[in-house]
Design a protein around this ligand. Structure first.
Ligand code: PEP
Ligand code: MG
Length: 841
């Protein structure tokens, strides 16, 4: 009957069952059947059929029942395309009724039979008939009495007899599971895990193997590796006289699997079955080419294999497992690279609090996602986004999180919630993103309205205060703490080396400080793609000099102050060149508006007047005069280079002198100098002339030989459109997609956070375009600019250095557009490299 029906298919070695039509569980069961493992008879119901079932259009359920051995009980389990997308819980023991109960009393004993029937009545009432679970609160005792009470409660509540026909029971179960998949919360949950809106659900109906009855009976799971470390080790759980997921309940009195001095083990109690089980698991590992968790039942000493799923694994274990399978020749290296999700690497890469560090612990919760981070407290997703767009690290603090908070989580460096457990939304999503997360910090009082966190001893922390969240220990710490960089093991290094071999697009890092550069170097970045030099001036020791420079009345005065900044810049660059050891370093000339360096408050202005020995009114007047209506579109970037040329001249000199210095003890350095915010060819010509002159002067003074590469940062739409006339003066074009996105949309990157979630929720933007490159609009400018630039200057180096450089989807776009490299924050280099490798495979 069912064999010929593509929608309800008996799982045989040759049945047409696919992941995309019947789901991963159905496909896996077919593989187990092909391996001739002792799998009970199974029928797979397709996505299409389940979709129809949800609307009430039932397939031939009687035919499904007919595939099961006479009088067998059944279970139904979900089979989605990707097991991570979840699905409704399994329903066990379908088909039990008064008559079958009597028969079971004979075969497995009254107690076990009554427990099975009771369990089914209760789960059917709650999950299928959607009755209130409280209705069974009064059921007392066990055995026949509990069964009779449960049946009675059901009948009182529904005014119907408990359904006796297995076909009727199965029909109702299938319908309720199909509908559960369609529910809003299930949909949101799986979409948060990356499932498409129309993801399908398959169902598998299987003959029940009883884990209860005479002799050694029970159920459990077994795997051959440790989920945390990925090292070989038989682990799992087994519970005598149990079914379904009983053995997996946290408090279940499970047995050891292998011999153990502390208590009885499955290996001793059912040696034959255990041996067979381990052999089957090893066969599954080899043939299914993955570490599998085997779900099994032992029925009077006889082994049944119900299912196999890929073992749950930490990020570390995922890498270890992929590398080990490749080393054993079970999968090729390319496959190993495909097995690790780029984003999960982030978890391995996170910093941890230095074990011996002094810490002021203000609260504790559940350590839900490893790694530690320090940031300013914010109390909403919108504030988190606003904070991120200002380039500030923030900690998102919520009572609990919901899917609307995901964007805020992306913007935060860590998440802290008052409620929830290890499987709460914040915990699951945090782990998925590799974001440090502590949940259920119930000894802290959260006041979202006042934006305050109050400790149990009354200390108050306000929005903007700095705290550290340690997702590895569950501690919440006041202020910043000493951190230890991520410990990356040999497996990680090897996987990265394979990725390096496979990838066909370069990965550089955005690095402004020696520490950033060292991280980039440790991850084997192919150089620095963007060094934002202005970050070097915010150092307190330099800020006053910087301000003095800004306040200089004449070019000459300004040059005099710049003389004092020169050695500082030269040291910065020498360090970067030395750390990068001959890898290219792309230095961007000064970019922000000058007034960003000036104090906005009266106290700061008074201090400045004091430091510069000027009347306060003079300082205030100058600051007012410099203020702009729209600073991001005002006097910044190359516009400063053209109108205040002394700054770029000083920077160029510092770069060239550092070049000579660093080349003395290593390979000759060829610095890359990048001009920001260009929109016209003439801007480049002017800056080029002046930098060439500085280069000639330095060569002359020091009698040294060096070259340099000059390039343009394409971050205005006009620069992309006019790339053909800009490119001839350039060795490279680097697309600054942060500003380019801002200007293409006419959307302030500093303010968009306030309403971005509304925009995404209402479907105006599919994603935040500052996070995932808008390939339609901004992407078209990238393609245009790249093509025009390349045509005018064949061989010109093309790259992207906006935040998008570390985003796998955006990397795919840049690779398709023929870019030479992407540049992203140092910690994202491995993620970007793995993503690039996967694209090339
Ligand atoms: C950009 O605009 O994309 C960029 C990388 O520069 P910044 O973020 O410093 O403006
Ligand atoms: Mg920019």
């Amino acid at each position: 009957a069912v064999q010929n029906n593509p929608n309800t298919t008996l799982v045989t070695p040759t049945a047409p069952i696919k992941n995309e039509t019947h789901g991963g569980r159905a496909k896996c069961l077919q593989r187990l059947v092909r391996l001739d493992l002792p799998v009970p008879p199974t029928v797979a119901i397709s996505f299409q059929a389940v979709q129809r079932i949800a609307t009430g259009d039932m397939p031939d359920v009687a035919a499904v029942v007919a595939e099961m051995p006479e009088g067998a009980l059944m279970c139904v389990r979900p089979s989605s395309q990707d097991p991570d997308w979840g699905g409704p819980g399994a329903v066990l023991n379908i088909g039990i009724n008064n008559q079958r109960f009597q028969e079971l009393c004979e075969s497995i004993g009254e107690e076990a039979a009554a427990a099975i029937y009771t369990r089914f009545v209760q789960s059917y009432a709650v999950n299928v008939a959607r009755l209130d679970p409280d209705m069974f609160d009064d059921v007392t005792g066990d055995g026949r009495s509990a069964l009779a009470q449960s049946l009675h409660a059901y009948e009182v509540e529904t005014e119907e007899e408990f359904p006796q026909d297995p076909t009727v029971q199965l029909t109702a179960v299938l319908r309720s599971m199909a509908r559960a998949w369609d529910g809003t919360s299930a949909r949101l949950l799986r979409q948060a895990k990356g499932a498409p809106g129309d993801a399908g659900l398959g169902l598998v109906v299987q003959e029940m193997a009883f884990g209860v009855g005479q002799g050694q009976c029970g159920s459990g799971v077994l795997q051959l590796v440790d989920s945390e470390t990925g090292l070989p080790q038989i682990t799992g759980r087994y519970l005598s006289q149990s079914q379904g997921r009983d053995a997996l309940q946290g408090d279940a009195a499970t047995m050891y699997l292998t011999k153990d001095p502390r208590g009885p083990s499955l290996e001793e109690l059912a040696p034959e079955a255990f041996k067979e089980l381990v052999e089957h698991a090893a066969l599954m590992r080899r043939k299914l080419r993955a570490e599998m968790q085997v779900e099994f039942v032992i029925e009077d000493g006889k082994l049944h294999i119900l299912d196999g799923v890929r073992v749950a694994r930490s990020s570390r274990a995922a890498v270890r497992i992929a590398v080990a399978l490749a080393d054993e020749g079970i999968i090729p290296r390319e496959e190993a690279l495909m097995r690790v999700q780029p984003r999960t690497l982030t978890e391995l890469l996170h910093r941890q609090v230095e074990p011996g560090a002094k810490r002021d612990v203000i609260g504790r919760g559940i350590a839900a996602s490893p790694g530690a981070a320090t940031g300013k407290m914010v109390f909403s997703a919108t504030d988190a986004q606003a904070s991120a767009s200002r380039g500030e690290n923030c900690i998102l603090i919520r009572r609990e999180t919901s899917p609307e908070d995901i964007r805020g989580m992306h913007a935060a460096v860590a998440v802290l919630t008052e409620r929830g457990g290890i499987t709460s939304h914040a915990a699951v999503i945090g782990r998925g993103m590799g974001l440090p997360c502590v949940v259920g910090a119930s000894n802290l009082k959260f006041n979202a309205r006042r934006k305050q966190l109050i400790t149990s001893d009354g200390r108050v922390f306000n929005e903007g205060d700095e705290i550290t969240v340690d997702g590895s220990s569950g501690e919440i710490i006041a202020g910043a703490v000493e951190m230890r960089e991520a410990a990356l093991d040999d497996n990680f290094t090897r996987l990265m080396a394979w990725a390096e071999d496979a990838a066909d697009i370069g990965i550089r890092a955005n690095a402004d400080t020696p520490a950033d550069a060292q991280t980039a170097r440790n991850f084997d970045a192919h150089g620095i793609g963007l060094c934002r030099t202005e970050h070097m001036f915010f150092d307190p020791g330099r800020l006053t000099v910087m301000r003095e420079m800004i306040f200089a009345e004449t070019g000459e005065d300004r040059r005099a102050v710049l003389e004092r900044l020169l050695p500082m810049q030269r040291d910065d660059f020498t360090q970067l060149f030395r750390i990068m050891q001959g890898q290219p370093v792309c230095i961007r000339l000064f970019d922000p508006p000058l007034h960003e360096f000036l104090p906005m408050d009266k106290a700061g202005q008074r201090e400045l007047a004091d430091a510069l020995d000027l009347p306060l009114s003079n300082v205030t007047r100058r600051i007012e005069a410099m203020s702009e209506y729209n600073p991001m579109l005002g006097l910044r970037g190359v516009r400063l280079g053209v109108t205040v040329p002394e700054i770029y001249e000083m920077q160029a000199r510092a770069i060239f002198e550092a070049t000579i210095e660093a080349s003395r003890d290593g390979e000759p350095v060829v610095p890359e100098i990048m001009i920001p915010l260009v929109s016209a060819k003439r801007e480049v010509e002017l800056v080029k002339t002046s930098i060439d002159a500085v280069a000639a002067a330095v060569r002359n003074e020091q009698d040294a030989i060096f070259t340099y590469r000059l390039g343009v940062m394409v971050e205005t739409p006009r620069a992309a459109l006019r790339a053909a006339e800009i490119a001839p003066n350039c060795a490279f074009l680097s697309f600054g997609t942060n500003d380019l996105t801002q200007m293409t949309y006419g959307l302030s990157r500093d303010d968009a956070g306030r309403f971005m979630s509304d925009y995404v929720q209402q479907g105006v933007f599919a994603e935040d375009p500052f996070h995932v490159l808008d390939t339609d609009g901004v992407g078209e400018l990238l393609q245009l600019g790249a093509a025009r630039g390349r045509q005018a200057q064949p061989g010109i180096t093309l790259s992207i250095c906006g935040e998008h450089g570390g985003n796998p989807e955006s990397i795919a776009f840049c690779r398709d557009a023929g870019f030479d490299y992407v540049s992203c924050s140092p910690f994202r280099v491995p993620v970007a490299r793995l993503a690039a490798a996967q694209l090339a495979i």
